[in-house]
Design a protein around this ligand. Structure first.
Ligand SMILES: *[C@@H]1O[C@H](CO)[C@@H](O)[C@H](O)[C@H]1NC(C)=O
Ligand SMILES: *[C@@H]1O[C@H](CO)[C@@H](O)[C@H](O)[C@H]1NC(C)=O
Ligand SMILES: *[C@@H]1O[C@H](CO)[C@@H](O)[C@H](O)[C@H]1NC(C)=O
Ligand SMILES: *[C@@H]1O[C@H](CO)[C@@H](O)[C@H](O)[C@H]1NC(C)=O
Ligand SMILES: CC(=O)N[C@H]1CO[C@H](CO)[C@@H](O)[C@@H]1O
Length: 708
């Protein structure tokens, strides 16, 4: 840690004085212009009320009225995704709908370390209008019919996020064919399981993923048709997939459909729209059945959260097999907001596939809205932090001063336009400079990441809560909501119930706020699990004419009606003296530390403290080693060095204290693990959630050693 020189301290003091004087003079102007009392009133506005309660449950409902478009859909009976899509096309016909960047070339680029990397040379976004998207989807659906598929026959979509994904899905919906979605990162076994269970004969995939089917097809005898979304640069190799399987380019299906005279076969609201395989953290993946009605209602639930503008643009890069992305893209289509497709490898100017000196997707598209998951947001937060830490001490001090100043004034209801447009402008520019809000879902976002991104990106980061089983909809923050670590109020499509959980010590009578297991009931709650009646009965139930889902998450409702996720039923371990350690909560906090690439906390109920399995960030581990005069070069050597383990544990414990973890929550022993945990290794799910049991089994020896 470098400290400030006397001269720098003097400069900093001077700057502080100037700011104080400036604030003193301009404060009345800001007070009159910005009306902070109104902003503060909006923050604490009531979002939900408790309708009824019993001895062990309390039920909350949103106080927001349904939106105009929601009312209109009810009146006009727009109750299937097919009708929603048709409505959008009628409304926005010639507007840009889906944009894909043209790939001009792939080139080798010499890296500073002498290695060669493949980089893309990308052109502008090429747009399909709503009308074009619609007629392409229509053709695709008819093409499937020409190829012998019937309505109500399941079709698997197994591909990365791209325009053709959404178009094929819409094409299937026009023929009432349920689409089965599987994550592109799933392991072969899970893919075989999904294809087998849904008995499909047709799989839509991409040229990049196609070779995977050489191993998969022998185990899925019913598959006879592979439709491949082409790679614009490489020729498609159709060999090696056996005689019984035809491999057809996507464009060929469109051509067949163009010539076809088959009519559509329209779905009804109760027909299955999607069977979405979630990568469960235990056992094989489960297919969640979503009807058209479910998806439409989930979408409509989101329509009264904020207003959209004519110039809004959305950047898509999360997997479309993730319900959050699928629902959000459907919403943007409904409102006529153009969707530009990106990938994590080409998003910013610095992304790994972008040729040096050329522009990343965000700089070209300049999106106003993005959706994200904590995994990605934590990474952005860490990289900003690293930049600042790595710079001169004076920059760091100035940056921290600005953060503190801005947070202070935003808390009081003021805006800081000058800091927004000077100091934080370069950070905003990384994502195109026009961002209006960021949606975050999929897992709890650490309050520290939340705060830092909100401040540096200069726009609200709206955290939401929802599950595949509720079609991504349950609660979401609105732009007026300034809280951290909470997930906003309930959407209009569902009720949220808290149910006391005695063993976990969470009760609805708790003070100051009721706490308990979250149950969700409404028209957005999925029908159940595909071909798993027992599992469905365990987790879904009917009550007072509503369909309910038990989430297993523990929540707390604040006075304003904000839901906060505080725990997870399964993750709770009771230590020897009776304290409860929430493994997930501890991991979320520790993951913010730059040394941590991934971490799994384990707590033995017969012991007094938890221990940690930690996959370190190599660069940070190495610089920690250098600082302490340890000279080892490979990650394996570093990880097995006892001194390193001690150093990292020390850093982690310091961090834990800073995050205000309780003493019994802080790991007292640690093992450094040199292998990155990927879905292929089976240690994390395709959505990068820990598979605790597998991790524990794999590292059993290390765990035993840490406790001995
Ligand atoms: C407060 O909230 C209302 C309703 O959402 C909105 O119309 C109004 O513009 C907000 N006021 C401020 C100052 O943000
Ligand atoms: C496919 O499903 C059948 C039952 O539907 C089952 O008997 C078989 O073992 C499954 N095969 C694989 C490879 O999962
Ligand atoms: C294959 O198709 C047949 C006939 O449609 C069906 O009975 C069988 O269950 C299917 N098997 C698998 C593994 O999908
Ligand atoms: C400044 O940033 C905050 C979020 O950090 C945002 O709410 C506010 O609208 C921004 N103000 C201006 C004038 O850009
Ligand atoms: C943010 C938003 O769109 N709010 C609307 C919710 O619905 C009511 C009733 O239709 C409108 O008055 C709000 O403006």
């Amino acid at each position: 840690m470098t400290s400030l020189k006397p001269m720098e301290s003097a400069i900093l003091l001077l700057i502080r004085c100037i700011i104080s004087i400036y604030t003193f003079i301009t404060w009345p102007i800001y007070f009159i212009l910005q009306k902070p009392w109104k902003i503060r009133a909006n923050r604490s506005r009531l979002r939900a009320v408790s309708l009824t309660h019993g001895d062990d449950f309390i039920l909350y409902r949103s106080v927001t009225e349904i939106s105009d478009v929601h009312a209109r859909f009810l009146q006009d009976k727009i109750d299937t995704m097919e009708k929603v899509f048709r409505f959008a096309v009628r409304q926005h016909g010639q507007k840009c709908a889906l944009g894909t960047r043209e790939i001009l070339a792939e080139e080798d680029e010499m890296q500073p370390n002498g290695r060669m990397f493949k980089k893309f040379l990308l052109g502008d976004f090429q747009w399909r209008t709503f009308t074009q998207t619609d007629s392409e989807a229509e053709s695709f659906g008819r093409g499937l019919r020409e190829l012998g598929l019937r309505s109500r026959e399941n079709v698997v979509v197994f591909a990365e996020t791209r325009a053709e994904w959404l178009i094929s899905a819409n094409g299937c919906m026009k023929q009432n064919m349920p689409i089965v979605t599987l994550y592109a990162t799933l392991g072969d076994d899970a893919i075989i399981h999904g294809i087998n269970e849904t008995e499909v004969s047709c799989v839509i995939t991409s040229q990049e993923l196609l070779p995977k089917f050489k191993n998969i097809l022998p185990c899925t005898p019913n598959v006879t048709l592979l439709i491949v979304m082409e790679d614009p640069l490489k020729p498609l190799d159709l060999n090696g997939y056996g005689d019984t399987v035809s491999v057809l380019p996507y464009q060929e299906v469109i051509r067949l459909g163009d010539l076809s005279s088959k009519s559509g076969c329209l779905p009804k609201p109760e027909d299955t729209a999607i069977i979405m395989y979630t990568s469960g953290s235990t056992g094989s993946p489960k297919g969640v059945i979503m009807s058209h009605q479910n998806v439409v209602n989930a979408m409509l639930g989101y329509t009264n959260v904020t207003t959209f503008y004519e110039n809004d643009v959305y950047m898509a890069y999360l997997p479309l097999a993730h319900v959050l992305e699928l629902i959000s893209e459907s919403i943007w289509m409904l409102f006529g907001i153009p969707i530009g497709y990106s990938t994590p490898l080409t998003m910013t100017d610095k992304s790994s596939k972008i040729k040096r000196g050329s522009q990343g997707d965000a700089s070209v598209l300049r999106p106003t809205i993005i959706a994200s998951v904590p995994l990605v947001l934590d990474r952005i937060h860490k990289s900003i932090q690293e930049k600042i830490e790595g710079g001169p001490a004076i920059t760091k001090a100035l940056f921290n001063l600005a953060m503190e100043y801005k947070n202070d004034w935003t808390d009081r209801g003021y805006e800081t336009p000058i800091i927004n447009t000077t100091l934080f402008k370069p950070i905003r520019a990384l994502l195109g400079g026009r961002l209006r809000f960021v949606l975050s879902g999929g897992a709890p976002l650490a309050p520290e990441t939340h705060k830092s991104l909100k401040t540096t990106l200069c726009c609200p980061v709206l955290q939401g809560y929802g599950l595949t089983e509720t079609c991504a909809a349950t609660t979401v923050m609105d732009p007026d909501d300034n809280s951290l670590g909470k997930t906003g109020g309930p959407l209009t499509c569902c009720d949220v119930k808290l149910v006391s959980w005695e063993e976990g010590n969470y009760r609805i009578k708790d003070w100051p706020n009721p706490r308990g297991e979250i149950h969700i009931g409404g028209t957005n709650v999925a029908v159940g699990y595909y071909k798993q009646p027992e599992k469905t009965k365990e987790e879904f139930y009917e009550e007072n004419g509503r369909h309910w889902f038990r989430t297993g998450d523990i929540g707390e409702f604040t006075q304003e009606g904000f839901l906060q996720i505080i725990d997870r039923k399964k993750d709770l371990v009771k230590l020897q003296y009776g304290e409860y350690v929430s493994l997930g909560k501890v991991e979320t906090q520790l993951k913010i530390n730059p040394l941590v690439e991934n971490i799994c906390i384990y707590a033995d109920p017969t012991k007094l403290f938890p221990v940690a399995l930690l996959v370190p960030n190599f660069d940070h581990l190495k610089s920690l080693a250098e600082k302490n005069g340890i000279e080892l070069s490979t990650i394996e050597e570093l990880c097995s060095h006892p001194e390193m383990t001690k150093l990292v544990l020390g850093e982690l414990q310091k961090h834990a204290v800073k995050c205000r973890l309780q003493k019994f929550e802080i790991p007292q022993a640690l093992t450094l693990i040199p292998d990155i945990w990927t879905p292929d290794s089976g240690l994390v799910t395709a959505a990068f959630k820990l598979k605790r049991k597998t991790v524990q089994d794999r590292y059993k020896a290390s765990i035993d050693r840490m406790y001995s």
